[in-house]
Design a protein around this ligand. Structure first.
Ligand SMILES: Cc1ncc(COP(=O)(O)O)c(C=O)c1O
Length: 412
């Protein structure tokens, strides 16, 4: 019999990651996730949180969480389909559908759970095809992997290349695909640019393909009249994009995902999505807080500040300044032209981006590096995520630190 060490790989594989400096080193946040926060004993300006609208600490959102926990307790007790379907969950779905100007919503435990659970149900067999942008998020890729549909190189197009998408659609048509699912991030999470959803919609319609857009970084940020309704509203495509996936873990400041679209879509998903059916439902505090976030965004009686407008002002100020400083790599410039709140500042090789992040922390600015293999070699970056609560003073201090360290490290 072969001699086996049943768990030896745990140590060796971890050590391999450490040796290649590919292991995750978590930093500890010791305060609330505010624009100024405390990380490992040091006061820093937070420049890499997804809490775009600072709703995680908004007084109305916190109040709604407390009220929900007082009234409904700490947990839901079950999955939605059994004993865990609370009035709060249904109210959250109604509110989100109304805010998104869509017919129906199914909330899920997370955006990841939505992608991993819904994608493999929409396209189920080798007769089906999934077409993807090459830069789609990992949680979409995991959902794709759980489907039996065809998704090889004939069905992956170069980032935002609409000629490439058309070629993939033709390939799917030639393969006599039963169903075609075109999946894209709305805002690409590493590059901060916005998908050409209007063109994707036109092409997909021609080929009878269904569209699935992951609006994780567009929710609360994109949309007409600074209302943060997301990418579908940004392009005025309500009713024309069949599946929208949302998350509460970014601009909404809480946690949880959602699938938004027609009543048929939601009826189907509620009965087929395994991540939804087999996992406990939101605790009341989370559902209550998420309701509060939507109320702040809706701002029906005008009692809140427009948190989206302030975010967009900050984005504009910071993005222009960063390019003026000379951080003018094509990826940075493309993000500057988009309406999203992500600015990737390209540093080059992994060690440069890591050194930049460490030096920024020393200077009191918290912004983390994104390195190969998460992004292509030579494009390691600092990914700045803008938030509403940052003042011009915070932005100027951060920009001065970027300039100083950029020169020190010969990136500028
Ligand atoms: C594009 C994209 N989709 C999905 C997710 C997952 O969302 P959640 O945090 O709600 O699981 C993320 C989060 O990193 C994301 O960036």
């Amino acid at each position: 019999m072969i001699q086996r060490d049943p768990v030896g790989f745990l140590k060796t594989e971890y050590q391999d990651l450490v040796d290649k400096a590919l292991d995750w080193k978590h930093k500890t946040l010791e305060s609330r996730s505010d624009p100024e926060c405390v990380i490992e004993g040091k006061k820093v300006i937070m420049m890499c949180s997804n809490n775009y609208l600072n709703l995680s600490t908004h007084p109305h959102v916190v109040k709604k969480a407390l009220e929900a926990v007082e009234k409904y307790g700490a947990g839901s007790g079950s999955v939605r389909a059994l004993a865990g379907n609370m009035w709060l969950h249904e109210e959250l779905e109604r509110k989100l559908a109304e805010f998104k100007e869509q017919k129906a919503v199914m909330i899920t435990q997370s955006g990841y759970a939505a992608n991993a659970g819904v994608i493999p149900q929409l396209v189920t067999s080798t007769e089906d095809v999934i077409i993807s942008d090459e830069l789609n998020h990992g949680s979409i890729i995991d959902g794709v992997r759980l489907s039996k549909a065809q998704r090889g190189k004939d069905f992956i197009y170069k980032h935002s290349d609409m000629g490439g998408l058309e070629q993939c659609l033709q390939n799917a048509d030639k393969a006599n695909a039963r169903r075609i699912l075109v999946i894209t991030d709305g805002v690409f999470s590493m590059d901060g640019d916005v998908a050409k959803l209007d063109e994707i919609q036109k092409l997909s319609e021609q080929y009878g393909a269904m569209i699935y857009v992951d609006d994780a970084h567009g929710d609360g940020v994109l949309g007409r009249n600074k209302k943060g309704k997301g990418i579908v509203d940004h392009f005025g495509l309500q009713g024309k994009v069949q599946v929208e996936m949302n998350t509460f873990s970014k601009a909404m400041g809480t946690i949880g995902g959602a699938i938004t679209g027609s009543q048929d879509l939601v009826n189907f998903c509620r009965n087929k999505t395994r991540t939804y059916l087999l996992s406990g439902s939101h605790p009341p505090a989370v559902a209550g807080a998420s309701l509060g976030s939507i109320e702040v965004l809706e701002n029906k009686d005008g009692k809140f500040d427009n948190v989206v407008a302030k975010l967009l002002d900050n984005c504009d100020y910071f993005k222009k300044a960063i390019v003026n400083l000379g951080f003018n790599h094509a990826i940075t410039e493309a993000a500057t032209k988009s309406f999203a709140a992500i600015t990737p500042i390209i540093c080059g090789e992994n060690d440069k981006a890591k050194a930049m992040s460490n030096r920024l922390y020393e200077e009191g600015v918290f912004a983390l590096p994104i390195v190969f293999p998460m992004v292509p070699r030579g494009t390691a970056r600092i990914r700045v995520m803008m938030t509403t609560g940052l003042t011009k003073g915070h932005l100027d201090t951060s920009l001065a630190a970027f300039e100083k360290i950029g020169k020190e490290l010969e990136i500028l």
